[in-house]
Design a binder for this molecule. Structure first.
Ligand SMILES: Nc1ncnc2c1ncn2[C@@H]1O[C@H](COP(=O)(O)OP(=O)(O)O)[C@@H](O)[C@H]1O
Ligand SMILES: [Mg+2]
Length: 385
């Protein structure tokens, strides 16, 4: 037996890397981090970190020295750098050929269509005339660089197209037009896949976005037919296999008012719609991601109880008080509450944490989670003053 466990390199110092650190600690798995800046969320908890730019190949090579496996907190590492890491003997997981479809929504649409996976009607548009030909109303998206609803616009007229095209031109990316889907709700199918090809599928969840940001998740999705749930899981498993995805992958979906499932987008890393699994599943998505990228046998994705609800905590007024002021109230009211804070500075609208509740009664779980999140985001505390 060798005396040192392998070190896993993580690129990106956000909350996803931070939440990978907890199971890594339990598993005795050393981590090395490339952080954007000193003091960012994951750098606070991973001592072996370097501050640098993930767009710089020399930095990536220096950080990953001695780490055979490299994984990611975000999807923004340039494809050519991922190939260079491979050429240097590292295994980026997911690999560059898979990650492309999480980086570029245009490439993702083309690939899913080729695989026969149902998607909203879509086209790459180069001008307002193209959008007019596609038809209003529709959704315009920058093909790269968007997140949390940034880079997504619902457009109803030629005038509405000015900002999207200006944004895309400035960023040097293309624009994807999509039909405005009349959805009943949004769902997410989270799976994990290892390099050996083992896969695990979590229950399909319901997700509610507010201003493009994931706000609330219910696991499993209430009243989802077994047929649609299986369809969603199978689509996610199939796409992961075809694209040779390694690690956790989330497939964001629309359930249409006429009972179909369409794919919105793919994320190839732990995902906000999987945070419920930290307290609601036998194996959390963060541990599952570590197991998958290290090519260890996967853990059970089974739920531990009938319902789990996750509500995000978004930054409110930075002057209103500290996030931690929520603890006495939230903990006193609900001894079963689970809280996850990311160590981030409060900025209005920024994701700074989330809460999970679980139990037998969905309405009770929803009420408790919403109430607790409101203590942390300051909206309850402010109301009572
Ligand atoms: N074609 C569409 N029709 C209706 N709503 C959409 C469509 N595409 C995106 N949305 C809404 O915008 C949100 C963000 O879009 P998405 O492409 O997932 O961007 P992001 O990369 O910011 O998550 C979605 O979760 C959904 O609520
Ligand atoms: Mg999305």
């Amino acid at each position: 037996m060798s005396d040192a466990p392998p070190t896993l390199a993580i690129i990106g110092g956000g909350q996803l890397a931070r939440m990978m650190a907890a199971p890594a600690l339990n598993m005795g798995l050393p981590l090395r981090l490339l952080a954007e800046a000193e003091g960012v969320s994951a750098a606070q908890v991973i001592p072996d970190h370097t501050v640098g730019d993930y767009r710089d190949l020399d930095t990536l090579l220096a950080v990953t020295e001695g780490c055979s496996v490299v994984t990611f907190d975000h999807e923004h590492v340039p494809t050519e750098h991922l190939h260079a890491l491979e050429a240097a003997g590292h295994s980026p997981r997911p690999g560059p050929d898979a990650l492309l479809y999480a980086q570029d929504k245009g490439e993702m649409r083309a690939k899913l269509t080729e695989l026969g996976v149902p998607c909203p009607r879509h086209a790459i548009v180069e001008s307002v005339a193209d959008v007019e030909a596609f038809g209003f109303p529709c959704v315009l998206k920058t093909t790269r660089g968007g997140y949390d609803g940034k880079g997504v616009w619902v457009v109803r007229s030629a005038d509405d197209c000015t900002e999207p095209f200006a944004t895309a031109e400035k960023a040097g990316v293309r624009i994807l037009a999509e039909e405005l889907v009349d959805f009943r709700r949004e769902l997410s199918a989270l799976i994990a896949r290892s390099p050996s090809g083992q896969a695990a599928a979590y229950p399909v969840v319901q997700t509610t976005q507010r201003d493009g940001i994931c706000h609330e998740v219910i696991a499993p999705a209430p009243d989802l037919s077994a047929e649609l749930a299986t369809q969603a899981q199978q689509a996610a498993l199939r796409v992961a296999k075809e694209l040779e995805v390694t690690g956790v992958m989330a497939m964001e979906l629309f359930e249409t008012t006429d009972g179909r499932i369409l794919v919105n987008e793919l994320a190839m890393r732990p995902h906000n719609t999987g945070h419920w699994s930290q307290d609601g599943a036998v194996t959390s998505q963060f541990e599952q991601h570590l197991r998958a990228v290290m090519d260890l046998p996967l853990g059970s994705p089974e739920p531990r109880q009938p319902w789990t609800v996750m509500v995000n905590i978004l930054g409110g007024d930075p002057e209103a008080g500290h996030l931690y002021d929520g603890y006495p109230h939230a903990f006193a009211r609900d001894p079963k509450l689970r809280v996850h804070l990311y160590g981030k500075e409060i900025r209005p609208g920024r994701k700074v944490g989330h809460v999970n509740t679980y139990g037998d009664d969905l309405e009770d779980c929803l009420e408790r989670a919403r109430h607790a999140a409101a203590w942390f985001d300051g909206s309850l505390g402010n109301e009572s003053e």
